[in-house]
Design a protein around this ligand. Structure first.
Ligand code: CP
Length: 313
């Protein structure tokens, strides 16, 4: 495997999940695979889980890890071809990506959506800039439109926790004071389209995700109806896609409560705002899977890095 940029790079979800669970049972089984290899993690945005779990996964495989908060510590990058760089941007992606490629064997990038320019966000200029100009494999640690490491961890978690061959999984929008990107929701939708699950999305009108991603997935605007007999409820806020990047509702009636959850398991990628997105009783109760999801980020990253390392000559 050359890159891990989106869910489309997974050739067999069941094989990947099975391999991740095997790695979880014995994380150090391939501790020599990455010997002499270095991964460089470049963060244009903040992180807790992605940063630590990707480092942990690389260390479990015997790799060396270099981390840079590029957004606050690197030179401001120019991505436009032919740009006259006489303003604030000091370095072009063409040089930056080639230079990074000399120092490491894999580069992983976190670069969120601006939520101000849909066209640029969908062009994935940072991730694709590295893909186009780096000579080494690129891993997506959450880009403008996708968070495939999170979605793989979510698939591992559902595989571990399900009690029916075809569970009902609901993705429910929740209120949030800030405009958040669509990346987590997009990748979760794409992952559920690969999974053997009855999958329903619920959100207020106006919060429809990109229809090219949701395709024919069922959308139910009545949250209570959507959640009937749910086995897993994945809660996430995202901003409007049609009125791009806008917060058009903060309706607290959409907050997840223990009463609404019924017998379902609760999922969220974290970080989460308590008593806005979900009430304390859910997060502090036994139906919450959020800590296990975060733990599975290591094995999601480890299966990805293992596959890339195995393909390096
Ligand atoms: N879920 C997730 O990606 O967490 P971080 O933003 O803390 O990395």
């Amino acid at each position: 495997m050359k890159h891990y940029l989106s869910i489309k790079d997974i050739d067999s979800l069941s094989d990947w999940v099975s391999e991740a669970r095997t790695l979880k049972a014995n994380p150090m089984a391939h501790k020599n695979l990455g010997e002499g290899k270095t991964i460089c993690l470049l963060f244009f945005n903040n992180s807790l889980r992605t940063r630590l779990s990707t480092q942990k996964a690389a260390l479990n495989l015997g790799m060396d890890v270099m981390v840079m908060n590029f957004g606050s510590e690197g030179w401001q990058l120019e991505f436009e071809d032919g740009a006259v760089m006489n303003q604030g941007k000091s370095e072009h992606i063409k040089e930056a990506a080639k230079v990074v490629s000399q120092f490491c064997d894999i580069v992983a990038i976190r670069a969120f959506a601006s939520l101000t320019d849909k066209e640029k966000d969908e062009a994935e200029i940072v991730l694709n800039g590295f893909k186009n100009y780096a000579s080494i494999p690129v891993v997506n640690m959450e880009s403008s439109v996708a968070h495939p490491l999170q979605a793989l961890a979510d698939a591992i978690t559902i595989d571990e926790q399900h009690t029916k061959p075809r569970p009902k999984v609901v993705l429910s929008w929740a209120p949030h004071p800030k405009a958040l990107p669509h990346a987590v929701a997009n990748s979760f939708v794409e992952m559920m389209q690969l999974q053997n699950a009855d999958f329903v999305i619920t959100h207020p009108k106006g919060y429809e995700l990109n229809p090219e991603i949701t395709k024919d997935t069922v959308i139910e605007y009545d949250q209570e109806k959507a959640m009937e007999n749910a086995d897993f409820v994945y809660v996430k806020n995202w901003s409007s896609y049609s009125d791009y990047g806008k917060v058009i509702s903060q309706d607290l009636d959409w907050m997840m409560t223990l009463e609404k959850l019924g017998n379902a398991k609760f999922m969220h990628c974290l970080p989460v705002r308590r008593n806005v997105v979900v009430e304390d009783a859910v997060l502090d109760g036994e139906q919450s899977l959020v800590i296990e999801q975060a733990n599975n980020r290591t094995y999601a990253a480890q299966v990805v890095l293992k596959k890339i390392l195995s393909s390096l000559t």
